[in-house]
Unconditional design. Sequence first.
Length: 346
Amino acid sequence: MPSMHDLRLLLRLNVTLMVGAATAFGFLLAVPLPFGGAAALSGSNPAAALVWVVAGAMLLAAACSAWNQAQERDIDALLPRTAGRPLPAGRMAPWTATGIGALLFVAALGCLHAAGELAASLAYLHAGKLPSDVVPGAGSPVLGAPVPGLSLLLVGAGIAAVYNGVYTPLKRVTSFALLPGALVGAMPPLLGWMAAGGDPRDPVAILLYGVYVLWQVPHFWLRAQRECIHYVRAGLPVPPAQFAAPRYARLLRVWYHAYAVAVLMLPVFPLLHAPLVRAGVVLLGVALLGVSALARTVRGVEGDAAEVVVSDAGMTPRESLALRAADAAMPALMLLLLLDRMLPLF
């Protein structure tokens, strides 16, 4: 019987909790008051939909983590950060992790199906209306395009298929495996949005999804740079080791700038209403542009185009600051957007 400590490592509880928070964020953007307001008083149950979709997203993240560790147990054994996980340490058999993942996956699909059924009732309730017609100042996500339970279930299954069937195997082959991983890693807010009856084709949803995708690339590239020497020894083609130092610096700069520009684009669209929130988002984007200069330190032998960024020292303090800034900007942006939704309600 696996210990609670091993289960926590297998399911990566910290990542699972972050997935749940991102899913709740997407839901609250569409329905700022799930425990009250016009939607709840009308007989629909947005609070239950919120609970179901957050539970489904967290169970799905845990299932994908269990399967991922079963798939990568040989690599995990070579990395100091992951060598203590239950599979590479020999405390759990691969079939046990796979079975736990399968049970969690079935439970996740059940939760997502239940959330989708409630989402359909929320969408029909507001058919032809914007949230601003229902809750003053709530914004402009499109409610009225029903998302049946089966659709949300299929989205969850697709996330697992891409994460464990495409992203995980590609990590051994190419340094650009992160791209399909980022596409599914940015799905939790969209899952929450859809569970609230929001239309995934809405420009606001697409824009927010794009911001999440763009954030993940500098986040994971800088993390890979911090542990680059260990990834190289494990034979994984990570960008800091795969590309010459000047090329890596240019690519990282492009992704970091794209993330900052995407944040700066948010006030341009009819998403934000409070002037103070607009100003806060602009300042956040400008700060990211300024910090991006710290993320492009080029280390290596000057003039040698083949020199790669591999160092036992890991990251410089400037690069570490760039990573912390990229990570801190995302929850700050989430809080600003939720504040913009909530302010008109009080």
